[in-house]
Design a protein around this ligand. Sequence first.
Ligand code: NCD
Length: 356
Amino acid sequence: MALTDISWEEFHQLDPVAKSRHLNQDDGRPFHTLMTQQFDRKALDTLGDLATRIRFLAKTKEGMTFLSGLLPHRRAMLYFTQPSTRTFLSFCTACEILGMRMGTVRDTATSSERKGETQDDSVRTFSSYFDCVIMRTQVGGLAERMAWVLSNSERPVPIINAGSGKDQHPTQALLDVYTLQRSFEARGGIDGKTVVFVGDLLRGRTVRSLSALLTNYEGVRQVFIAPPELQVADDVLAILDARGVSYELGDDLEVVVPGADAIYMTRVQDEWDAEKGESAKIDIERYWFQEAYLEHLKPDAVIMHPLPRRHEIPHSIDNDPRAMYWRQMRNGMWIRAALIARIFGCDGEIDAYSEA
Ligand code: NCD
């Protein structure tokens, strides 16, 4: 079912699982990438394998030349009206790897939104010139709305959600899963592992997206460690309940460190404070990873962070082999290139070239 088969009101009222049925192409490839619920285990395995092929090809001039010949006829619009370093740059480099050309808007002050144009009209405009729109916005639900609008326009181009409000950041979750796949490759994969989320779990969209994506794996235990004011929201737990996933909520990081296979740190998302300075009143230091915890952390566990970090992880542990956040960030480039290759259907060419 495509987005053309359903009215905006009907679509808007669906839950994420039902919504996601309208987002993929008939062969299972994503068309719009809006939420993690549209990826199943098979899709995650396919994307991870493809990312690894791209990563290996990108090591040589010959491989890079091949990759950059795949999508020179496609143009991507990067519409990032909320601050971003990693997501923006990794999408730029992912597009470049595949030979795509790009346009960018990063500040509405330089666009006709300054003249009163709506974001809807801006995105519609991009679809006239570009073959896909990669967008980050602080307006929750906007990526979804634009996907519906474009699908029902005369130029239906895919939208990739690069972070929307507090709700979803699906490509971050894809790179997080790719990082976990790689980290646990020699230990039976992600199944059966314990993932501990720490920090601002209420407003962090990366946690929301990754928690749902991990339900594709068998026996993964999810542990949520946060101050009571920032503990994970009920709708995230409802997804876990519906999928029969075991989880725990707590507020003591130190005690859960020894049982963790992955610790996913996050910063306080104080840009969402209703009143300025509200988050500063929370005793957040208890949720910072201390250097001393390394001693109790399993030797093959990983520490992750979507970044940017503040004080949640001391710089002194950056060179510990379990500190995975820098490699995690680089994985974003590979998985985003893989996602774009899948959307535009050039993954078969990559597979064939890699196997030849
Ligand atoms: C995250 C985001 O934007 O949600 N950053 C990112 O994309 N790597 C996390 C954050 O800002 O804390």
